[in-house]
Design a protein around this ligand. Structure first.
Ligand code: GUN
Ligand code: FE
Length: 440
């Protein structure tokens, strides 16, 4: 059997830092050992206690001066938009027209799809991200290419074919029936194959007819473990357009709700401009919101009200998303740092560093209803890990030396850190990325 062992300081969550003092939600093992067999963690705890359990012949990968975490989880990202990142000057609807649609049109070519899928997955691993909920394009080939590349790496990925049957260029439109048939075929091929999972993916209410949304709802309801992902209430112009397209609906969320698209494993990107009754409905239905702070700042979309969303009286599941290519970084560390700033802009409560790390790991896993598989370091969990280097740059080294608590150190990492802090990434019990160099 395939065995591995990691030694070093590791951190993992045993509770929810939004419902208890953040420090109490975190377990820290100062000199820890993580034992892995066939891609799963079998034992973890203090090195001195567990060292006797290291199987003969297994060499221990030691990470002194590092911090081992569960791999990061990106709950909203578009792989075909890798080439669109950092495109100047527009807000959402114009940005889609000018930059996104022309780029996505190229993904009818499977070679383009494969090249970009590969580059995208490498970029995730360079950033310590081991699971993501990923939008492909309208072309089924784009989904096949993505899952094929993910399968080679052994990453647990959630992805799906974008559905668009109106308000998009000819080359990017399907029809309600064709979108249904193509999605069905991809579900049959990929959902539950190895670590791959399928998400029914209507882009948003503007680009799908009511018929297509109903078809997406039928697909989503057809199996009890499928995902659904779409965009919700991101931008004022978008919301106004949705109102004219669906005048009879009580809210933007209600457009999706009436189509059967709201429930557990439904992931709504952005959800910036939601009303209280929408949050209540999200809580009641156990769907999830993907908070994408770098994207919301880049497109000038608005400030997500995180603490309203997770209000303990009716908490809604929330994860963090990079939303590449509207987002400006693949790094969940950077995304946490921006989420902190957005929390200050949006209200009185300040995101705590431990809460931010939870949103990128255990909290995201809960939002995806995958908390029994990923997001924490514990026996039985899948062995997806990232190894953080708190002194990756001279500035980080200088600043982290001064930290008197783990919370301070995590805050420094999320505020100053990025891909340079990822020393190694492990997927399915294998080291799939190791940072080669380090600044002197
Ligand atoms: N709304 C509909 N499509 C998109 C997209 O590709 N990116 C973002 N940020 N918002 C969207
Ligand atoms: Fe998006």
């Amino acid at each position: 059997s395939r065995t591995a062992a990691l030694r070093g300081r590791f951190v993992t969550f045993t509770g929810n830092p939004f419902t208890m003092p953040p420090e109490d939600s975190l377990h820290v093992e100062e000199d820890g050992l993580i034992l892995i067999e066939n891609g799963k963690i079998t034992q973890c705890g203090a090195y001195d206690t567990l060292r006797a359990h290291i199987p003969a012949g297994v060499n221990v990968t030691h990470y002194p001066d590092s911090l081992i975490s569960a791999g990061f989880i990106d709950t909203h990202v578009h792989y075909p938009q890798l080439p669109v990142i950092a495109s100047w000057g527009e807000q959402l609807l114009e940005w889609l027209q000018h930059y996104v649609f022309p780029t996505e049109a190229k993904f009818s070519n499977p070679e383009v799809a494969q090249t970009i899928a590969r580059a995208f997955l490498q970029e995730l691993l360079r950033n310590g991200t081991t699971t993501a909920a990923v939008y492909c394009t309208v072309h089924p080939e784009s989904v096949t290419a993505f899952f094929q590349e993910s399968e080679k790496l052994g990453t647990r990925m959630i992805a799906g074919k974008v559905l668009m049957d109106r308000n998009a260029p000819d080359t990017l439109r399907d029809t309600a029936q064709r979108g249904f048939d193509e999605s069905q075929k991809l579900i049959d091929t990929w959902h539950g194959k190895g670590r791959q999972l399928y998400a029914v993916t209507p882009r948003f209410a503007i680009t799908s007819t009511p018929e297509q949304l109903d078809c997406a709802g039928a697909l989503f309801q057809s199996r009890d473990d499928l995902f659904m992902q779409t965009h919700l209430a991101e931008n004022e112009d978008e919301i106004a357009f949705v109102k004219t397209l669906f005048p009879d609906r009580a809210s933007y969320l209600d457009v999706y709700d009436k189509a059967g698209l709201v429930g557990p494993r439904a992931i709504f990107g952005h959800a910036i401009h939601l009303h209280e009754h929408d949050f209540q409905r999200c809580h009641d239905t156990e769907c999830s919101l993907a908070h994408c702070p770098t994207s919301n700042l880049f497109l000038g979309s608005g400030a997500f009200r995180l603490f309203d969303a997770v209000d303990p009286r009716r908490p809604v599941h929330v994860g963090l998303g990079t939303d590449i290519g509207a987002g400006t970084s693949f790094s969940l560390l950077s995304t946490m740092g921006e989420a902190y700033k957005v929390s200050l802009m949006a209200g009185k409560q300040r995101l705590h560093a431990i809460q931010a790390f939870w949103l990128a790991t255990a909290g995201a896993a809960k939002a995806l209803h995958l908390e029994n598989k990923i997001g924490t370091i514990a026996p039985g969990m899948e062995a997806d890990l990232c190894v953080l280097d708190p002194s990756a740059t001279p500035l980080l080294a200088l600043r982290s030396r001064d930290c008197s608590s783990l919370a301070d150190l995590l805050f420094v990492l999320m505020t100053l850190g990025d891909d340079r802090c990822i020393k190694a990434t492990w997927v399915d019990g294998r080291m799939v990325y190791a940072r080669a160099d380090r600044e002197a």
